[in-house]
Each structure stands twice: as structure tokens, then as C-alpha cells.
Design a protein around this ligand. Structure first.
Ligand code: 5GP
Ligand code: ZN
Length: 117
């Protein structure tokens, strides 16, 4: 999709080091890491929300299936956390579904959300 940063990376219009790639998705480092290791697994198909995936969620299935096989290469043997932001309350910034994979350190509290009074 035009003007989508992740589509541009997928189409190689923007240069980014791709650590893994298959028919369904590719994996890069997040440009602004929030943990020692912070990767993004990004479906090649453009869709902003799960419900928008016209051809189904095969790409997400493939991502979840593949991550364990990349654990050693990515330095995630001691565990990792997966986050997917969807929509406004999650402050999804890039409107192209992507899976955050955090690791390389103790990630602290299991559930992170700022409380509001
Ligand atoms: P969201 O808030 O949408 O879940 O996360 C978007 C993520 O994409 C952010 O963590 C941000 O740092 C990352 N990001 C945005 N633009 C780029 C880029 O051009 N390259 C890479 N590698 N990461 C990006
Ligand atoms: Zn896109």
C-alpha cells in the first residue's frame, strides 16, 4: 500500500536489513528498540487489523511457527515477549500489522499498561 513504511520495506523501496524472509513475512530490527533485542515480524500482505486480512491470517500463523526456529540466531534462547498493537487504545503507530518480539534481558512486569485515575 502506498505511503506505508512497512510495505516500502517489504518492496525494498526503503533499505532495511532483513534478518529473515519467507513468502509470508519478513523480520527486521525495530528502529527505536525498547529492549536490548527488539524485532518486528511483518506480514508481506498489507492489513492494519486482524479483521482486515482479506486472505486470512496465514502470515501470523507462519510468524508464530517460525519464531521458535529462529530463537538461537536472534539471541532469544532465554525467552521473549510478543506484543501486537491493534488500534487507538494500543497506540498502534504503523497501520500495517506487525509483531513486536522483545528479548535479550529480563523484561520486567508481565503486563505493562499505564494506569489511569
Ligand atoms: P506500533 O506502535 O505501531 O505497534 O509500532 C511501530 C513500530 O515500528 C515502532 O516500535 C517503531 O519504532 C517501528 N518503526 C517505525 N518506522 C520504522 C522503520 O522505518 N524501520 C524500522 N525498523 N522500524 C520502524
Ligand atoms: Zn503496508
Amino acid at each position: 500500500m502506498e505511503d506505508c513504511i512497512f510495505c516500502k520495506i517489504a518492496n525494498k523501496e526503503i533499505n532495511s536489513e532483513i534478518l529473515f524472509e519467507c513468502d509470508e513475512f519478513f523480520l527486521i530490527k525495530d528502529i527505536k528498540p525498547v529492549a536490548k533485542l527488539h524485532y518486528l515480524a511483518i506480514p508481506k500482505q498489507h492489513y492494519a487489523r486482524f479483521e482486515d486480512a482479506k486472505d486470512g491470517l496465514e502470515s501470523l500463523r507462519k510468524i508464530f511457527e517460525t519464531i521458535p526456529t529462529l530463537k538461537q540466531k536472534l539471541g532469544l534462547d532465554d525467552g521473549y515477549r510478543i506484543i501486537i498493537n491493534q488500534g487507538k487504545n494500543a497506540r498502534q503507530a504503523v497501520q500495517h500489522v506487525h509483531v513486536h518480539i522483545l528479548g535479550g534481558q529480563d523484561l520486567g512486569e508481565k503486563i505493562v499498561a499505564e494506569t489511569q485515575n
